[in-house]
Design a protein around this ligand. Structure first.
Ligand code: BG6
Length: 481
């Protein structure tokens, strides 16, 4: 098998792709004959390329998993090839390395504008005969129309069952665990609908800012960068019906029904259902940090791009009728936190009220990062002779890493590479899902623009603008963190 990585000198390759492949190699999970073709524009030697990559991979590999012998076995798999991806002649040179008898994975870690030309040139060069799979990194388009254009172009060269659209959140162990928790535990599954659930919160907070990606990020913003893909996938996994099997088709069919059932956020409700924010200068862990417009590579004095989004969404179907889903994501927040919180409805009648005990609803907290695990908040009796019916809220805490036979949780890209190598698409995004998701986000972006609602400033190091708090508090609820 051959793996061709387009954009091998890019940030994603150094930070995620090559360390993930190193780990897989270390665990003897890569096909023995796998060759890795690192493709980039720079005219450098294989030694120079490997020198740079070694330094980067080393940063992401634990001492216990690093050895020079392992590295040199891994490095032996590499071929570095200089290619200008927009140039048909140069892509043609790849043909001499590939054979129709060897399966090939093409990994496009390039801007989406190059997806079409690369596929066309590969096709023209005769590189697409045999078992060929295409992995596409996000963003796939910046709206429904451009996403369709990319999908139409790649569909001319690859059938849908050979296209692997990467959303790295789906490769996270704990995200997959959502499916197991929901569909492998009867007691969770039977309490998972509007009759039991009061509301759902999904928060994805990051302390980092724009990290040298200002001009890219400014043309995208947090809705396109995080909500359209990662939060939408989490929402689907929380809300979807049980698929009848764990096949890619079964899972995708159920996810797409959720996206279709999402109530549009339009001009009428945008003011109450959506908040956009942009960070201003502030403090994080005792250090001063600049505002979005003062970031080093920011060339502008003003920008209307959001770095924070909070939404109140409804899924108009039988299971979730009337249950709000509060979504929140932002940059420069106080900590790295990805969690899903299911808050259950209050008891029909509180028999402990006479003892002065308020009804505290059960809460299931699914922590995706850091400290992957789940917490169930429940009420129990206070052990005491004096206080006969004193009640306390206790937390059942399941720490996944602690209970696993693992000393680390594998990175998402390890799972995704392995699945693509094995031809399993269940953790990749289907065409319909991604297009429906863009349709919904486009409606929201249009409503934002038409409404002229101003972007809300929030201090770096805070949990977002006050309006983000009000979005949930006006419903008599509050963010879990
Ligand atoms: C990427 C976004 O897809 O996900 C980044 O482009 C974001 O802006 C990153 O920082 C977050 O990923 P993770 O795995 O660190 O939560």
């Amino acid at each position: 098998m051959d793996l061709l990585i387009f954009g091998a000198r890019g940030d994603l390759s150094g930070r995620k792709l090559f360390p993930a492949l190193y780990h897989l190699d270390n665990c003897e999970l890569l096909p023995k004959d796998l060759r890795i073709f690192a493709l980039a524009r720079e005219d450098i030697s294989l030694d120079t390329f490997l020198g740079d990559i070694k330094e980067r991979v080393r940063r992401y590999v634990d001492d216990s998993r690093w050895s020079e012998e392992q590295w040199s076995a891994y490095a032996d798999r590499f071929v570095y090839h200089r290619v200008d991806f927009g140039d048909e002649e140069q892509i043609r040179t790849l043909a001499e390395f590939l054979s129709p008898q060897r399966p090939v994975l093409f990994y496009l870690a390039t801007p989406p504008g190059l997806f079409g030309p690369i596929c066309e040139h590969l096709g023209a060069a005769g590189c697409l005969e045999g078992d060929r799979r295409l992995l596409l990194e996000k963003p796939i388009g910046h709206d429904l129309a451009s996403c369709r254009e990319v999908n139409d172009t790649v569909a001319k060269f690859f059938p849908e069952d050979a296209i692997y659209r990467v959303d790295h959140y789906l490769g996270k162990e704990t995200v997959q665990n959502l499916l197991v928790l929901r569909f492998g535990n009867r007691f969770i599954n039977t309490q998972w609908d509007q009759s039991c659930v009061d509301h759902v919160q999904i928060s994805v907070a990051e302390p980092i800012g724009i990290e040298g990606r200002w001009s890219y990020y400014d043309s995208v913003g947090q809705l396109r960068d995080m909500v359209q893909n990662h939060l939408m996938q989490l929402l689907c996994l929380v809300a979807m019906e049980p698929p009848n099997s764990m096949t890619a088709e079964g899972i995708r069919d159920e996810k797409v029904k959720i996206v279709r059932a999402l109530r549009p956020i339009d001009l009428e409700n945008v003011r109450d259902h959506a908040v956009r924010g942009q960070y201003t200068a502030g403090w994080l862990r005792g250090e001063p940090v600049p505002g979005y417009l003062q970031e080093e590579d920011c060339p502008k004095s003003e920008s209307n791009t959001e770095t924070f989004v909070a939404l109140k969404a409804f899924i108009d179907n039988w299971r979730w009728a009337g249950v709000p889903f509060y979504l929140r994501t932002g940059k420069r927040m106080p900590e790295k936190l990805t969690e899903i919180v299911i808050t259950y409805k209050a008891l029909p009648h509180n028999i402990f009220a006479a003892a002065g005990r308020e009804d505290v609803p059960n809460r299931l907290v699914i922590r995706l990062q850091p400290n992957e695990g789940i917490e169930m908040q429940m009420v129990s009796k206070l052990h005491s002779l004096r206080n006969k019916m004193g009640l306390v809220t206790e937390t059942l805490n399941l720490d996944f890493l602690g209970s696993a036979d693992l000393d680390r949780i594998p990175d998402a890209y390890e799972r995704l590479f392995l699945d693509a190598i094995n031809g399993d698409q269940s953790l990749f995004v289907g065409r319909e899902e991604i297009e429906e998701s863009w349709r919904w986000c486009d409606g929201l972006i249009d409503a934002w623009q038409e409404s002229g609602l101003p972007i809300q400033g929030y201090q770096a190091g805070s949990w977002g603008p006050t309006r983000g708090e009000l979005l949930i508090e006006k419903d008599g609820r509050s963010w879990h963190v």
